[in-house]
Design a protein around this ligand. Structure first.
Ligand code: GAR
Length: 203
């Protein structure tokens, strides 16, 4: 059973989907369990969800460190203490640095609410809507040193409706995203993977 650390910054509904799947399926069958949930801020629903599920939590705030590099190193250390096989960014709204990637590059998964490489960054849903695309969706990918540029593992498609605003569209994306993330993390955990250039091969 693989060990997962999940990083969150907000409501944590993707984290909840993982917690629910593991509770329903059992960690053995799913292939992984969540050993800790970390956040870059305190008092968020994502942390409360972890606590309700009995999962240890930690908070690593940028403002508690002198530099961004020190924060990144502290985050890497704190995550490492939980000895994860995979780290999942589920709505974690911080860009990690060199130290973190040196340790977890190739096994750090992010979910993004747009069809990458379109609309990377913090406002994927808003930017897609503003551009006027008729289809968008979500992308589960490995994190590299760019912003949402790493190798793509899986994508899900969502049609834009005329009456959509950012929040309505984001909610429909998140329904697809939660299922996709649960499916992808389970496959990675059960089968293992390798990354060949931009291609992710799940064994
Ligand atoms: C998700 O839609 C995720 O893709 C997005 O934040 C949401 C978190 O929802 N992440 C980003 O935009 C990263 N740039 P949740 O807290 O309910 O899981």
């Amino acid at each position: 059973v693989k060990r997962l650390v999940v990083l969150v910054s907000g409501s944590g509904s993707n984290l909840q989907a993982l917690l629910d799947e593991i509770a329903t399926e059992g960690a053995e069958a799913y292939g992984a369990r969540i050993v800790a949930v970390g956040a870059d801020r305190a008092g968020i629903e994502g942390l409360a969800r972890a606590e309700r599920a009995g999962v240890p939590t930690f908070v690593c705030r940028v403002k508690d460190y002198g530099t961004r590099e020190e924060w990144d190193a502290a985050l890497a250390e704190t995550v490492a203490a939980h000895r994860p096989d995979l780290v999942v960014s589920a709505g974690f709204m911080k860009i990690v640095g060199k130290e973190f990637l040196a340790r977890y590059g190739g096994r750090f998964v992010n979910t993004h609410p747009a069809l990458l490489p379109s609309f990377p960054g913090a406002h994927g849903v808003r930017d897609a809507l503003a551009y006027g695309v008729r289809v968008t969706g979500c992308t589960v990918h490995f994190v590299d040193d760019g912003v949402d540029t790493g190798p793509i593992i899986a994508q899900g498609v969502v049609e834009v409706r005329d009456e959509d605003d950012e929040s309505a569209l984001h909610e429909r994306i998140k329904e697809v995203e939660r299922r996709l993330l649960v499916e992808v993390v389970g496959r990675l955990a059960r089968h293992g993977h390798r990354i060949e250039g931009r291609k992710v091969v799940i064994q």
